[in-house]
Design a protein around this ligand. Structure first.
Ligand SMILES: [Mg+2]
Length: 305
């Protein structure tokens, strides 16, 4: 794990670095408050050791800036200070630090406090990851999907490129549940998830959108290429035979595909894929349809290859 040490004194930095050197941590140093803030943005450390008394920007000010930044506010901060006064300790903890160490620090105490803060940070990271995973299928859940879609959308705005979105829905899922029971329905969802995930590239994000709906974020692809991925997923799901005791049951999925070329927001992109999915359902299910806007653009040659 990565620890950022911020202090205006090069000697203090060298000392803290030496004290923590044997802990197997990646140590990054920044001299002064402003440099510390910049290093936090650049390095995304797991923990910050922050000197309170610095001439350019105090540790308290750095801490407040970090806590106000949505990207950095979850990084734990331990204050280092020459003042052992209760007032400073209280202030440091009140503005969001997890701990406070008084200089000159005892090496064992510093290591123990750093390790305790890192343990908590590790648990916090795990919980954040778990919060984005659908427990039934192990795929990303709606939260993970929307976060990734927002990231890809932002990347597209900055750097251009291609992005597609696939929306899918298990055909006649209610009938499967009613006929074979919900436990079987769960197994069907797991099998569909596995078949879809196996077709995706590393850069794609397959997700459970909700209920019996699955979605895939497909970076670097226009609707025609994404439709080929959807078709591979459709065939993979169709090939799955689920054991229902006395017989085997086949499950099929319908897919709608849209790309970002004709969408002005992630919401529009999802809506276009949804519209294509409805057409796939109405045209008899177990098929792939491209959003009408994207299909027109592709056939008229308006879409850039
Ligand atoms: Mg200082």
């Amino acid at each position: 794990m990565k620890v950022l040490i911020v202090d205006d004194s090069p000697d203090a930095l060298a000392l803290a670095k030496a004290r923590l050197g044997k802990e197997g941590l990646e140590l990054v140093c920044a001299e002064g408050g402003k440099a510390g803030l910049a290093a936090a943005r650049r390095e995304r450390p797991d923990l910050i050791l922050l000197d309170v008394d610095m001439p350019d920007m105090s540790g308290f000010e750095v801490c407040q800036a970090l806590k106000a930044d949505i990207e950095l506010c979850m990084i734990p901060i331990i204050f280092l200070s020459g003042s052992g006064g209760a007032e400073d300790k209280v202030k440091g903890l009140n503005i969001g630090a997890v701990d406070y160490v008084t200089k000159p620090f005892d090496a064992f105490e510093l290591r123990a406090r750093v390790n305790a803060a890192l343990r908590t940070k590790h648990m916090q990271d795990l919980l954040i990851e778990y919060a984005k995973i659908d427990p039934l299928t192990g795929l990303a859940n709606r939260r993970g999907l929307m976060e990734r879609l927002a990231e890809e959308w932002a990347r597209l705005q900055r750097h251009g490129g291609k992005l597609s979105f696939i929306m899918s829905d298990v055909d006649h899922f209610k009938r499967i549940n009613d006929t074979h029971g919900h436990t079987f329905g769960d197994r069907a969802l797991q099998a569909v998830a596995g078949a879809i995930a196996a077709q995706c590239r590393q850069s794609d994000l397959p997700a459970r959108y909700g209920g019996e709906e699955f979605a895939i974020v497909v970076p670097g692809a226009q609707a025609d290429a994404a439709a080929m991925l959807a078709e591979r997923c459709r065939l993979a799901v169709e090939a799955v035979q689920l054991d229902a005791g006395s017989d085997t049951v086949a499950v099929t999925v319908s897919f709608g595909v849209a790309d970002a070329d004709n969408a002005d927001s992630p919401e529009t992109l999802i809506r276009h894929a949804d519209e294509a999915l409805y057409r796939a359902k109405n045209a008899g299910r177990n098929r792939v349809e491209i959003s009408s806007e994207d299909a027109n653009a592709l056939t008229s040659g308006k879409a850039t290859p």
